[in-house]
Design a protein around this ligand. Structure first.
Ligand code: UDP
Ligand code: MG
Length: 317
């Protein structure tokens, strides 16, 4: 195989603090891999600006003028990490041999890219970056993330544990990814479905090089629920099972009530038990409707078939 052209895709949302650190670091990495004769000198970095409100795009433009290996696209709106990443990947799909996605904040160790490229040269088409330690995350983030993985798994969504969106994909894998038309994209769930030869590279996750996280707990939570409802109908089956269990309990309660009718005519008013069951069943029913509504909402979004993103500016020359 000839030396591959590698594209590093970086989604950027309000990353003006960290880009001046990240982009030179990525260029140095490309330089050193080119020197080692591992990759083609045509390899480059593509920043996908996710409708930033700060001067991220101006920065990317300035970097592009100074070094053409820094390329960029700019989305017309803030469409979220997954869409920004997808826009970048689809842009490089036919312009590289393999693309590596990495966050702008250098939390994922760029040095792991060397190993990913080695695996690619060995014939692997998807290489997942997996965190070996989460020491630098806060206790809360570490444990909440673990709980999410567990929760997702029991709900029928299988992902690669401790893998975020730091991964290498061959252009063929990207082509296959482009066939998944769903609007509500959850890359971590879809990419394992593609198949092909995969491998894993582990690295230590650092803390953000600069700036602050764009993923507060509320976003993480909605991301996790989104992932589950995009991949599995298990929650709806659980509503049915809950109903079934309640029905069985009801048979027992019914027998008790029936027998009491004959043998304890002067029964206590039963206000407490009535109140409790009304509230309990009421909340179960509402939760059930909510879960079904979640799926109907997804159908609604898919049916409208709106574009996932719109690209406003391109710097590719
Ligand atoms: N990001 C994005 N659009 C958004 C939010 C985040 O493109 O709406 C990018 C962000 O610039 C970064 C990556 O997604 O490159 C991960 O975000 P962040 O580091 O804030 O998340 P965390 O690592 O804290 O989960
Ligand atoms: Mg981060």
């Amino acid at each position: 195989m000839e030396r591959p052209v590698i594209a590093i895709v970086v989604p950027c949302y309000n990353e003006q603090e960290v880009l001046p650190i990240t982009l030179p670091a990525l260029l140095r990495l490309l330089d050193s891999m080119v020197e080692e004769g591992k990759i083609s000198p045509d390899s480059y970095v593509l920043c996908s600006n996710d409708g930033s409100r700060d001067s991220t795009w101006e920065l990317i433009t300035r970097f592009h003028v100074a070094d053409k290996r820094i390329k960029g696209i700019s989305l017309a709106h803030n469409r979220g990490h997954q869409n920004a990443l997808l826009a970048g990947l689809m842009t490089v799909k036919d312009r590289c041999d393999a693309a590596i996605s990495i966050d702008a904040d250098l939390q994922d160790d760029p040095e792991a890219i060397r190993e990913m490229v080695d695996r690619f040269i060995d014939g692997k088409e998807i290489v997942y970056g997996v965190r070996s330690s989460r020491d630098t995350d806060t206790w809360f983030k570490r444990n909440s993330a673990m709980a999410f993985y567990k929760f997702q798994k029991t709900m029928g969504l299988d992902t690669v544990s401790n893998h975020a969106d730091f991964r290498l994909m061959s252009s063929r894998a990207l082509e296959m990814l482009s066939h998944y038309d769903e609007k509500n994209l959850f890359l971590r769930g879809i990419i394992p479905m593609i198949g092909l030869d995969t491998d894993v590279v582990t690295y230590a996750r650092a803390s953000r090089a600069a700036g602050e996280s764009k993923y507060p707990l509320s976003k993480m939570l909605s991301f996790s629920i989104d992932g589950i409802t995009s991949f599995s109908a298990k929650p709806m089956r659980m509503i049915f099972l809950t109903g079934l269990i309640l029905l069985l309990i009801d048979v027992a309660v019914g027998a008790y009530v029936f027998i009491s009718y004959f043998f304890k005519p002067a029964l206590e008013p039963g206000w407490t038990s009535l109140m409790l069951s009304v509230w309990f069943l009421g909340s179960l029913i509402l939760m059930g409707i909510g879960i079904v509504g979640e799926y109907i909402g997804k159908i609604f979004i898919e049916v409208k078939n709106r574009p996932r993103y719109e690209i406003r500016d391109i710097l590719l020359d």
